[in-house]
Write a protein that binds this ligand. Structure first.
Ligand code: KIV
Length: 286
């Protein structure tokens, strides 16, 4: 009798938990389907420990392929592989309980409809991310259509698309004249029609962001794209001033100087070791 009761209780708990999960999902999808009156906050990260800090404190967490340059110190993001995204993605997303999770598809892994669907499924299955982000130009709109038709939640990254640059110094802001703005707008509209759930705008002028955001019914998320977006994204390492290169983009705001703080901590540690102060009794097993 007790056993039956226990089974019943756990069945009921399971059902309730399942319903709670569905409720959360519906609301999360709503967040991207409907324009909110407040801007979405988004950060990119690559590790479990940082994911724990971000979860619930920002609306969206992206496992960005910027890990190539930020974490691995490559000159660009072109050397990032599926395996890197899979492992970092899993480490991060395992620790996301409240925020929406998004993962980047790496360079040259979505060249054709067949390849993009195959790789998107692999990444989503392995990492359990809710959305996938692809860097898109006009030649790749059909890929977004194909993925969306196959029920993949896609975010299209347009404007400056870092995967197209082997040298980041060559990156230029887009949307400086009417013809560039029109091109961006046409692309964004096509992506919305193709089923993209959001458009990420990177390094475009405020004027173009304003026009695109007001023309779309899906949210725009900006990085270096002014306040005229429905959301803002930064790389977490930039937020805390943890940089592997000297270059700092104009849009980066440091909310913490981790570089300065950690240098001081490292110096203190090294000094303590030299003076035989560390480890003291407190930090030793007796
Ligand atoms: O890879 C990345 O981190 C990005 C940025 C937009 C944050 O795509």
């Amino acid at each position: 009798m007790e056993d039956i009761l226990q089974v019943k209780i756990s069945e009921l708990m399971g059902e309730l938990l399942g319903q709670f999960k569905i409720f959360i999902m519906v609301n999360k999808n709503k967040l991207l389907n409907e324009k909110k009156s407040f801007p979405l906050s988004c950060l990119a990260t690559y590790s479990a420990s940082i994911a724990k800090i971000l979860d619930g404190n920002v609306d969206i967490i992206l496992v960005g392929d910027s890990l190539g340059s930020t974490l691995y110190g490559f000159n660009n993001t072109q050397k990032v592989t599926m395996n890197m995204m899979k492992e970092h993605g899993q480490a991060v997303i395992k620790n996301i309980k409240k925020s929406i999770s998004v993962i980047d598809m790496p360079f040259k892994t979505y060249e054709t409809k067949y390849q993009s669907l195959k790789n998107a499924k692999i990444l989503l299955k392995y990492t359990k991310a809710e959305f996938i982000k692809l860097e898109i130009d006009i030649s790749k709109v059909d890929i977004i259509k194909h993925l969306s038709k196959n029920k993949i939640n896609v975010i299209a990254h347009i404007g400056v698309t870092p995967q197209s640059f082997s040298d980041f110094k060559k990156i230029k802001i887009l949307g400086k004249n009417n013809s560039e703005i029109q091109k961006l707008l046409i692309l964004a509209k096509k992506l919305e029609l193709s089923g993209a759930k959001a458009v990420l705008l990177e390094c475009v002028t405020a004027k173009s962001a304003k026009i695109i955001t007001s023309s779309l019914s899906i949210p725009t998320i900006g990085i270096g794209a002014s306040k005229y977006c429905d959301g803002q994204i930064l790389v977490f390492d930039d937020l805390i001033n943890l940089r592997s290169t000297k270059h700092k983009a104009r849009f980066v705001k440091n909310y913490l100087n981790f570089d300065k703080l950690s240098r001081a901590a490292v110096k203190k540690f090294a000094k303590d070791v030299k003076k035989n102060k560390y480890p003291s009794k407190k930090y030793s097993y007796q």
